[in-house]
Design a protein around this ligand. Structure first.
Ligand code: FES
Length: 272
């Protein structure tokens, strides 16, 4: 039973305990700016990533491989790239090889605690901002499909950490030239190093990672190594939002760079 609001006025959630205020909210600042920018940026990334993931072409320019296509697990991986890393999917796989494991990093981001906040506000309007009532009359939280999948975040973390290891290996290979000789460094190498640093920063600052490292301990003093690591991860965790955006941007830019090299838009400037 509602104790303060029995009017059912528009903009209220109609839940017990709500004050009887006619306005939808009392905020006078530009609270809508954050969710709007979030929606625009995420949509731009989704459109770009969808185009590139389905393109099934121009994802390799020696010695660089697009992070969207690594690891390459189908027989139809570009000839130029020296073929697949592991042809887990045979000739019967006719689609883009990027689609094979895309669900894992995508699931990692979709179930991320920060991105949840971002898309609950931006897309779901649940709620759009602090002090602004949500648009939905009913709230089931993350207890039903599809949002219940968010509870699997820890498993997406494990999978994405494995993919980050593979991207690290790709980055090491960018120090070879097109003849596979070591000692090369191009602008693409710099981009790959920045990208993998940000990807690891985002992955290591994950809330699940923090809990895996330092959670369920009764006394930190009995686990000094885990305590040190937890302290480090906690520091990174405070920058998780920034790392989420920075790594998303660097993934798209690294892919774009490889694409431009692959279509001969320009050549990779060699630094040494
Ligand atoms: Fe964001 Fe885990 S909380 S990646």
């Amino acid at each position: 039973e509602s104790t303060t609001d029995t009017s059912g006025r528009a903009g209220q959630t109609g839940r017990a305990g709500r004050a009887a205020i006619a306005e939808r909210h009392l905020r006078v600042d530009r609270w809508w700016l954050g969710p709007t920018v979030t929606v625009a940026a995420l949509l731009a990334f989704v459109v770009y990533a969808t185009w590139r993931a389905f393109a099934n072409a121009d994802y390799y320019a020696a010695p660089y491989v697009s992070p969207f296509y690594s690891p390459c697990l189908a027989a139809n991986c570009e000839e130029m790239s020296g073929g697949p890393n592991w042809a887990l999917f045979g000739d019967w796989w006719g689609l883009s090889p990027a689609l094979i494991f895309l669900a894992l990093p995508l699931g990692f981001r979709l179930t991320c605690y920060y991105y949840r906040k971002a898309y609950y506000r931006g897309f779901w309007g649940s709620p759009p901002a602090c002090g602004v009532a949500e648009r939905h009359g009913r709230y089931t939280g993350e207890t039903r499909f599809p949002l219940i999948v968010n509870n699997a975040h820890r498993y997406f973390f494990y999978a994405s950490a494995a993919i980050a290891v593979i991207l690290t290996y790709d980055t090491v290979l960018t120090f070879r030239d097109e003849h596979y000789d070591w000692g090369h460094m191009g602008l693409g190498t710099v981009l790959a190093v920045v990208n993998i640093t940000l990807v690891w920063g985002y992955t290591a600052s994950c809330h699940s990672c923090r809990h895996i490292i330092g959670g369920r301990l009764r006394t930190f003093s009995a686990h000094p190594v885990r305590y040190r690591l937890w302290t480090l991860v906690s520091r990174l965790n405070g920058r998780h939002m920034a790392l989420a955006w920075a790594s998303l941007t660097s993934l798209a830019l690294t892919d774009l760079y490889v694409y431009l090299l692959a279509v001969d838009a320009f050549s990779d400037p060699r630094l040494f």
